[in-house]
Design a protein around this ligand. Structure first.
Ligand code: GDP
Length: 282
């Protein structure tokens, strides 16, 4: 897991680097986590991308609730943002190529009419740490690229990597910071491992996870931890204490919290999505 401390100086530098690279490309792949698409967007990127064609790529679709992912895709498309969901660990080239062909239709047609069919579309990936940029890049170019410079402040010469027949990908993805300002967003980011574990109280995040599963998939929670119907009625705090005992951690609910967070992150309670699109946008 990439660990980055986002100090204001780093943020300014990261933004400057991304702005510089934007000038080099025809289109941007904005990577967000399908389990929390809005929360895992960088707060300043939307504005930055107003003048650049871009595609929203919902990563880790294999871990997210497929019905909610379908709703998110409709939601973004309805806002005029082309969107596609991928499992970055597997080849997703054709799904992304298809989208690029749609988004850049006019540009590609113009190039073709001028006889410039050989020219590849220049693409870069942007996203917060841990969203799956390196994984996707590696699979798109179909080899293990040592992605260095994958941190703000580390620079090196740009390289272009061929992906399929259509794309040239910038080898260094753009990294921007996640949203910090909102408690709820922070909890979602923490539960999925998008921000450093030391930035939050473990029990708060475990309680948030327990509440989420109680609301959306109580059966998975009950089965995973072999809970009785009575135990399922407990308040979240009492349930955490009960689970602590059940797990053999006596009164160490921090350790139990860690275990619960781990289980959720590893999809041990099944697929899940922590936020659904706001009504009206669909
Ligand atoms: P980066 O910091 O954005 O470059 O993120 P990485 O590519 O390093 O991915 C972070 C973690 O998420 C790694 O453990 C990857 O194996 C995992 N990962 C990335 N994409 C996917 C995906 O689509 N599905 C699943 N299940 N895991 C993924």
């Amino acid at each position: 897991m990439t660990v980055i401390q986002w100090f204001p100086g780093h943020m300014a530098k990261a933004l400057r680097l991304v702005k510089e690279k934007l000038n080099l490309v025809d289109i941007v792949l904005e990577l967000v986590d399908a389990r929390l698409p809005e929360s895992s967007r960088n707060p300043q990127l939307e504005q930055l991308l107003e003048t650049k064609p871009h595609i929203m790529v919902l990563t880790k679709k294999d871990m997210a609730d497929p019905n909610v992912t379908a709703r998110w895709l409709r939601y973004y498309e309805s806002k005029g943002i082309p969107a596609v969901a991928v499992d970055s660990q597997h080849g997703q080239l054709s799904a992304i190529e298809k989208k690029i062909n749609v988004v850049l239709k006019d540009k590609l047609a113009l190039r073709e009419s001028k006889g410039i069919i050989q020219q590849r579309v220049k693409v870069m990936c942007i996203g917060i740490p841990n969203v799956g940029k390196s994984t996707l890049l590696n699979h798109l170019v179909n080899k293990n690229v040592a992605i260095t410079g994958n941190r703000p402040g580390v620079t090196k010469a740009q390289q272009w990597l061929k992906a399929g027949k259509l794309m040239s990908l910038l080898d260094t993805p753009g990294i921007l910071w996640p949203k910090f300002e909102d408690q709820e967003i922070g909890k979602r980011l923490a539960l999925t491992g998008a921000i450093k574990d030391s930035l939050y109280a473990k029990d708060d995040i475990a309680l948030y996870g327990l509440e989420h599963f109680k609301q959306t998939n109580p059966k998975a929670l009950q089965e995973k931890y072999k809970l009785t119907d009575e135990q399922m009625q407990l308040s979240n705090v009492d349930l955490l204490l009960e689970l602590t005992k059940k797990m053999g951690f006596k009164e160490d609910y921090d350790r139990a919290s860690e275990r619960i967070i781990f289980d959720i992150r590893q999809s041990k309670l099944g697929r899940y999505t922590l936020e659904i699109p706001q009504l009206g946008g669909e």
